[in-house]
Structures are given as structure tokens and as C-alpha cells.
Design a protein around this ligand. Structure first.
Ligand code: FES
Length: 109
């Protein structure tokens, strides 16, 4: 089962920026790429780096620890040293808020 959870106000994350939020105990990096919102796990698959403290490069997020990059749409690793994809979450904007869809399974991860 999944449910939509309010993560942030859309005004909280400016275009080209990423910010960390928490929903149901899951830390999520919310990215604004050209006015579109993408949500990814806040943990790098290489060595648990804090992805949300990294920078957004177009539609990729760069880990601040060793520079791995991930596609924020699919979660795919696009630059070494990471090779394993990260988890992504569906988003939607409703009444000025950004909501993420969390699976019960994801909530426990
Ligand atoms: S922990 Fe992210 S690149 Fe190493």
C-alpha cells in the first residue's frame, strides 16, 4: 500500500536547488529542476554519503563525498564511483505543496 505525504511547500526549494526533508521517518532529498520536483533517497549508494547536501547538475544530483552522480528521474547511477541506483519517489504538487508517494515498504527502508 502507498500513500501521498506532504513533504514541503513548493516555495521551500528554489529552482536548481536540493533540500532535505523527512517523511514518515524517511530522509528524502527534494530537487527542483527547472520547476519540476523530484524526490530521491538522501543516501548515496556508494558509501552512504548525504546526497541532499550535494548539488544539482541539471537532472543529476552529485554526492558531496566522492562525486558520484545519479539521475534524479530514475535513480540510475550516472558517474563513478557509484554503480548501484538509488531509490526515487513519485511527486506531485497540490495547492502549493509537494507531496511524495511512499510505499509502506519504502517507509521501513
Ligand atoms: S559516498 Fe557518495 S560518492 Fe562516495
Amino acid at each position: 500500500m502507498s500513500r501521498w505525504i506532504k513533504l514541503a511547500s513548493s516555495a521551500q526549494v528554489k529552482a536548481g536547488k536540493v533540500k532535505i526533508f523527512e517523511a514518515l521517518g524517511t530522509r528524502i532529498a527534494l530537487c527542483n529542476s527547472g520547476g519540476q520536483y523530484f524526490a530521491v533517497q538522501d543516501v548515496c549508494s556508494h558509501d552512504d554519503g548525504p546526497l541532499g547536501e550535494g548539488r544539482l547538475c541539471g537532472q543529476e544530483i552529485e554526492c558531496p563525498r566522492h562525486g558520484a552522480r545519479f539521475d534524479i528521474r530514475s535513480g540510475a547511477a550516472t558517474r563513478m564511483p557509484a554503480v548501484v541506483a538509488i531509490r526515487v519517489f513519485k511527486t506531485k504538487v497540490q495547492d502549493g505543496d509537494v507531496l511524495v508517494e511512499l510505499e509502506d515498504e519504502a517507509v521501513k527502508a
